[in-house]
Design a protein around this ligand. Structure first.
Ligand code: TXA
Ligand code: MG
Length: 347
């Protein structure tokens, strides 16, 4: 059931969570599908509702640093790790940064995909923080979408895709940032970005110095990790049902009336006005606006009107890294390769 986010409904949703229910709620990044992090039955329901494989760990959301000792084995972090945790939590929490840290045995393996680490995030969205505080103080929440599909940036996206399988959907309007949090692994040696997101590599490096990660444009040594440590790294995540093609040189491509063309900016489109099948993420080419609109626009374009969505990359800096990561994975996961370009079609 979709209900507006207000004080009364926050208390109702918090009771629901505390008694093992599932509540979808807004954060500053995307909508999350929350359950009490220590309730295994509720955690199992998250996986069932999302059709998410059990090996894909969840993020545990907190609303106070005082919750960390319930989740994290700080002694296993080592001195340098503790210093990084202190500095990052002071500088970038609350906010769109998730930290992967050694877990305490009490944290259910279901929440962490059986890993020895737990991902922790302190969201800055006031409604989310109030919900966490009013319930159990530790809320496991993946994005509130079916596994592998477009992320939800509006309550209506959740209602459309998960509907009655969720006990309550708190409607707090569109989310501000629009792409998920950055996942940063602090559990071993040099910090590594496992998923680019709302906190830029630049902002993180300003606090803790060099970080690693294949997607970090600042890491010149970037080699992909030996194994996939974060399924957000899997190709083919975040995919629309419609074929999506990530094309360089989008401007020069022959247009097809059946296809939608999503440009990053007015400048990259290069023309005044527009055609009915041309869409622009951010007129002024602002990364913040482009990220905030990304999933919303893709949800709209995925409505069945177009046989294919052609899009282009954003500049690879700041939030642009997260935008490009989501677009590349959406293209890999969609039926994009089955799209037949107009010039090859039989007339
Ligand atoms: O912005 C966000 O992070 C949103 C909102 C709701 O907070 N949540 C979100 O959750 O995006 P989800 O489940 O869609 O993505 C969590 C990512 C996955 O790629 C998962 O594999 C990774 O975090 N992750 C979680 N725990 C991990 C761990 N212990 N080690 C490595 N990666 C982990
Ligand atoms: Mg997700």
């Amino acid at each position: 059931m979709l209900i507006p986010l207000n004080e009364e409904n926050l208390r109702r949703a918090a009771r629901c969570l505390a008694s093992g229910g599932l509540v979808a709620f807004p954060t500053e990044t995307v909508y999350g599908l929350g359950a009490d992090a220590f309730n295994e039955r509720a955690l199992a329901r998250i996986f069932a509702v999302k059709r998410r494989p059990f090996f894909d760990p969840l993020i545990v959301h907190i609303a106070s640093l005082a919750a960390l000792p319930r989740l994290v084995d700080v002694s296993a972090l080592g001195g340098a790790g503790r210093e990084r945790l202190d500095a990052l939590s002071r500088a970038l929490w609350p906010g769109p940064l998730t930290l992967v840290l050694p877990k305490l045995p009490e944290v259910p393996g279901l929440a962490t995909g059986g890993l020895a680490t737990v991902a922790v995030r302190f969201p800055s969205h006031e409604g989310a923080a109030a919900l966490i505080r009013l319930s159990t103080g530790a809320v496991a929440a993946p994005s509130a979408n079916p596994f592998g599909s477009l992320s939800p940036t509006r309550a209506q996206h959740v209602e459309r895709t998960l509907g009655d399988a969720v006990d309550l959907i708190l409607d707090g309007g569109p989310t501000e940032i629009g792409v998920e949090s950055t996942v940063l692994d602090l559990s071993e040696g040099c910090p590594r970005i496992l998923r680019p997101g709302g906190a830029s590599a630049e902002a993180i490096e300003a606090v803790v110095g060099p970080v690693r990660g294949a997607d970090n444009p600042l890491d010149s040594s970037a080699a992909p990790p030996a194994s996939v440590r974060s399924p957000g790294q899997l190709k083919g995540h975040y995919a629309p049902a419609t074929a999506l093609v990530l094309a360089d040189g989008l401007r020069g491509l022959a247009r097809d009336d059946e296809c939608a063309y999503l440009f990053f900016s007015r400048e990259s489109y290069g023309e005044e006005g527009g055609a009915k099948n041309v869409f622009i993420l951010s007129e002024a080419g602002e990364l913040i606006e482009a990220a905030a609109r990304l999933f919303d626009v893709l949800h709209d374009l995925d409505g069945g009107l177009w046989s294919c969505i052609y899009t282009e990359r954003a500049p690879q800096e700041g939030l642009g890294c997260a935008i490009n990561d989501r677009l590349a994975k959406a293209a890999a996961g969609s039926a994009g390769f089955t799209h037949i370009p107009p010039e090859l079609r039989r007339k």
